[in-house]
Design a protein around this ligand. Structure first.
Ligand code: ATP
Ligand code: MG
Length: 269
């Protein structure tokens, strides 16, 4: 058994053919019909009254309290705010990595709160791409294998997954490094590899949590440029958490979190 096959066999809840899938309630953007005039803007993310806290009693921390958030399809939204304000918490809710204590969340017209655990896992694997501050590439696999991993976990045959990985590696300028292991790459290259991995399975929603937070200015620029280019070319909806005001200002809009329930959306000027 190859290392890749071994890894897939051990991955819980993400094997193909699992019951409790997404069902038929997914609204697809721009489907059917004769369009007249510019297409209506479609809400990719609609969160209403989202609340989330941690702990009990005296140790309870209320992080989000009744936050409303809306992201249009094709929009690149920056989320900024002081440390501890709940940026990662919000991203975890949007990525179905965690559930809100209260409030509703619709993604692309689907009430994701009503999905089963298996349906949520499948949604994460197929429809959401994640990039974190630390690349989390697996050290025992080549860059190409790392990038192919989400497709393999989703049940795509090896040959097809590796071909898709090569396409993405070309898009992020790393195709010549495909046979290298993560520790043979620079920090910026590792993070561009992480972006390729996030997008290989063709998600509609890209969630990035301080994707440039660990990089120097030049590498931060190259990673942001790759994110922005792929956001446009792949028609993504993106939510980018960042402490970098300059990069936030290059997104379409900025959501400023300033404390529980005080999220304020500011248009880019
Ligand atoms: N699992 C958890 N258990 C208890 N408290 C938590 C947990 N996760 C987050 N918190 C707390 O919730 C608050 C918000 O955390 P979060 O990670 O969302 O902040 P952030 O805005 O992303 O901060 P940073 O900019 O430092 O990454 C913090 O006070 C944090 O300590
Ligand atoms: Mg955070």
């Amino acid at each position: 058994m190859s290392k890749l096959t071994w890894r897939m066999a051990r991955e819980p809840g993400l094997t193909p053919g699992e019951p409790g899938g997404l069902g038929g309630s997914v609204a697809t953007a721009g489907s059917g019909g004769v369009s007249q005039g510019p297409p209506a803007s479609i809400e990719a993310v609609r969160g209403a009254g989202l609340s989330k806290g941690y702990g009990e009693g005296d140790r309870r921390v209320q992080v989000l309290a009744g936050l409303d958030i809306s992201v249009q399809q094709g929009e690149m939204l920056a989320v900024v705010g002081p440390s501890g304000v709940g940026k990662s918490t919000l991203l975890h809710l949007l990525g179905l990595l965690d559930r809100p204590d209260a409030g509703t969340l619709e993604l692309f017209g689907t009430d994701v709160g009503s999905l089963s655990a298996a349906g949520r896992a499948r949604w994460r694997n197929r429809r959401t791409g994640f990039v974190f501050q630390f690349h989390a590439l697996l050290p025992e696999f080549t860059l190409e294998e790392n990038v192919a991993m989400p497709m393999l976990i989703g049940g795509t045959p090896m040959r097809e997954a590796l071909a898709a990985a090569r396409d993405l590696l070309t898009a992020v300028g790393l195709e010549p490094r495909r046979d290298h292991f993560p520790d043979q790459l620079s920090g910026g290259e590792q993070q561009r590899g992480a972006v390729a991995r996030a997008l290989v399975a063709g998600p509609e929603l890209l969630l990035a949590d301080e994707p440039t937070g660990n990089l120097d200015a030049a590498n931060a620029e190259s990673v942001f440029e790759v994110l922005r280019t792929l956001h446009v070319s792949r028609g993504l909806t993106s939510v980018i958490v960042t402490h970098n005001e300059a990069l936030a200002g290059r997104c379409d809009r900025i959501l400023r979190l300033a404390g529980a329930a005080s999220g304020e959306a500011c248009s880019r000027t």
